[in-house]
Ligand binder design. Sequence first.
Ligand code: FO1
Length: 327
Amino acid sequence: MRIVVPAGGIGGARFLRGLKAALGTDASTGPDQATDHEITVIGNTGDDITLFGLRICPDLDTVMYTLGGGINEEQGWGRTDETFTVKEELAAYGMKPTWFGLGDRDTATHIVRAQMIAAGFPLSAITEALCDRWKPGVRLLPMSDDQVETHVVVEDEQGRRAIHFQEWWIKHRAALPASEIISVGADTAKPAPGVLRAIRDADVVLLPPSNPVVSVGSVLGVPGIREALVDKTVVGVSPIIGGAPVRGMADACLTAIGVQTSAGAVAEHLGSDLLDGWLVDEADSDTKVDGIEVRSRPLYMSDPETTEALARAALDLALELRGDEAR
Ligand code: FO1
């Protein structure tokens, strides 16, 4: 079975770990397990930022590290057993910014990426090369090889200005009210090689509980991707439970674009032309959205078992809506 998963960072990566387990393609089944399943991840690159001459791709790296076994599990981003000597030394030189948590092990990834960019490789080829080491067990494609960056329009004592999403997210903890969220470069970006074909060939598409604005939203904002997804059976998992985001600060992002922080409002925002099914938590079991099949079940991915069960439920709903019996 071919499954396409447009994904962001932490929530998306954890959901993918559950999906691999549900399909029996996780490491525990061993390399000899002949599985006829293929998961293609369309990774968000809107979080990407250039710092100290390095190109950092947080959501691609979070998927790669999480599925490859190198993630800092508590944080959900960055490497396990991390140190920050390079960060401290940069600060000692007075280098800015100092708010970004640049880890030493993580820096090796960014150096490889920077070197390959300098050699003229596109992000899709670089991501493939990095995955040769991590073997995430999915095909990880960036949403585009073109630069697309999420910037946020804020207003404070310095006046109204646009800042990079990472500054808003990390330095300001998304607490600075944002009046607009802009995907700089999206209008001229093209889907990365293989993205549209993967969507066309997919049996089902699953939207994990990633941030619907700056993660899934950014992927959908690359011209051609949403249009291709509309033709497929798409089931999403609500990132909002009982009016609050499961993690991160998705509510700040939703408010910035004038969308209410609720499971139903997010589904409506994503659109009934795109979504065929929507999984909501039991706390939101009264959610109704015209044109979308809403089902409720526990959504918290609190451990591998619940995460696998959630992924299995999303997959089964997609197969049901597509007209297959649940496999
Ligand atoms: N998130 C933070 O809250 N603080 C950090 O210092 C931080 C550093 C960081 C470094 C590399 C990386 O791949 C991700 C990092 N993140 C950090 C997460 C990053 O901001 C992500 O874009 C968000 O988690 C949204 O997906």
